[in-house]
Design a binder for this molecule. Structure first.
Ligand code: NAD
Ligand code: UDP
Length: 313
């Protein structure tokens, strides 16, 4: 049993991580400022032994005793970070410094939730960890992409200069229950639109691709990464290589929900990456990890969740 800090713990991924860590018998401190997350995501954990919810902004240095830190605090949906650039880059960069300082003080292991966005609009396909990426420093996604790239750099510098025990994972598009209904990312948007009978909004011509992993697979990969020996720091891609065009995702969700929604095509957003697919050779080799939940099965679970969530909206 360890005392573990999860920043961004009341968010979509964070809430699943807190739950799994509690299930494994740990004490969990869930730190969040509820910028995009919500107390409701962790309300079912509030009565569980060992769970503490702490309202705190990670850009203000917290003082917490812990043995492990998972740093997830950061707006993650383009809808949110496009409109909140300064908040996003401050959270990514100052949040990384504050959590790394905390790790140093506590001699704690610390894992950074980095992202496939550090590859930008990739010129290499699929993306493996040795690719340096193709990111516009000035574009509408740069607050997030460059914030996360800088956070990786900070992690590496704290490791080499301060001997902090770090781990870096690069998470590819993840979906599942507890995404908020107004999250803005494509899987939740399409499901909510389909269930409400609203138009399905495709930005661009629908030929852009992504590779979607179900949240339970990701949590498994994150925890395996934290358990690797100190001399393995990553970065490691965690994602599902099952690549799909956005138009095919829309059709699949319409069919699975039995929806009468129409597909509408809207202008593409600047710098939207054209293709994305993880090369997970390293995760398979070092973590013994690969995803086990395919897109159809994951979508069934996620659609079920949103059917219930929308009745309370
Ligand atoms: P989310 O928006 O649901 O969760 C982010 C959480 O961080 C929210 O609870 C939010 O309130 C909190 N937060 C934001 N700023 C904060 C601050 N300054 N101080 C404290 N808390 C703050 O998004 P998510 O999808 O759960 O993403 C979690 C992490 O995983 C993020 O770091 C994101 O960059 C990373 N990630 C997610 C994906 C994905 O597909 N979901 C892909 C790559 C990386
Ligand atoms: N997208 C879309 N309609 C939506 C939301 C997103 O067509 O309602 C597209 C978006 O332009 C991008 C892809 O789906 O090409 C994935 O978008 P998302 O915001 O989920 O993730 P990210 O761009 O961060 O990978």
């Amino acid at each position: 049993m360890k005392r573990i800090l999860v920043t961004g713990g009341a968010g979509f991924i964070g809430s699943h991580l807190c739950e799994r860590l509690l299930d494994y018998g740990n004490e969990v401190i869930c730190l969040d400022n509820f910028f995009t997350g919500s107390k409701i995501n962790v309300s079912h954990l509030s009565e569980r032994q060992g769970f503490t919810l702490m309202e705190c902004d990670i850009t203000e240095r917290p003082d917490i005793e812990c043995e492990e830190i998972y740093n997830l605090a950061c707006p993650a949906s383009p809808l949110h970070y496009r409109n909140n650039g300064i908040i996003t880059i401050k959270t990514a960069v100052i949040g990384a410094i504050n959590t790394l300082e905390l790790a140093k003080t506590n001699n704690a292991r610390i894992l950074q939730a980095s992202t496939s966005e550090i590859y930008g609009d990739p010129q290499v396909h699929p993306q493996n960890e040795s690719y340096w990426g193709n990111v516009n420093t000035l574009g509408p996604r740069s607050c997030y992409d460059e914030g996360k790239r800088c956070a990786e750099t900070l992690f590496m510098n704290y490791h080499t200069e301060e001997k902090v025990r770090i781990k870096i994972i690069r998470i590819f598009n993840t979906y599942g229950p507890r995404m908020s209904t107004n999250d803005g990312r494509v899987v939740s948007n399409f499901i909510v639109q389909a269930l409400r009978g609203d138009n399905i909004t495709i930005f661009g011509d629908g030929n852009i691709t992504r590779s979607f992993q179900y949240v339970d697979d990701l949590i498994d990969g994150i925890i395996r990464m934290m358990q690797t020996p100190d001399d393995f720091i990553g970065p490691v891609n965690i994602g599902n290589p099952e690549e799909i065009k956005i138009i095919d995702l829309a059709k699949k969700i319409i069919e699975m929900t039995g929806s009468s929604s129409r597909i509408v095509y809207l202008p593409i957003f600047e710098d939207d990456p054209r293709r994305r697919q993880p090369d997970i050779t390293l995760a398979e080799k070092v973590l013994g990890w690969s995803p086990v939940i395919n897109l159809n099965d994951g979508l069934i679970k996620t659609i079920d969740y949103f059917k219930k969530a929308l009745t309370f909206d």
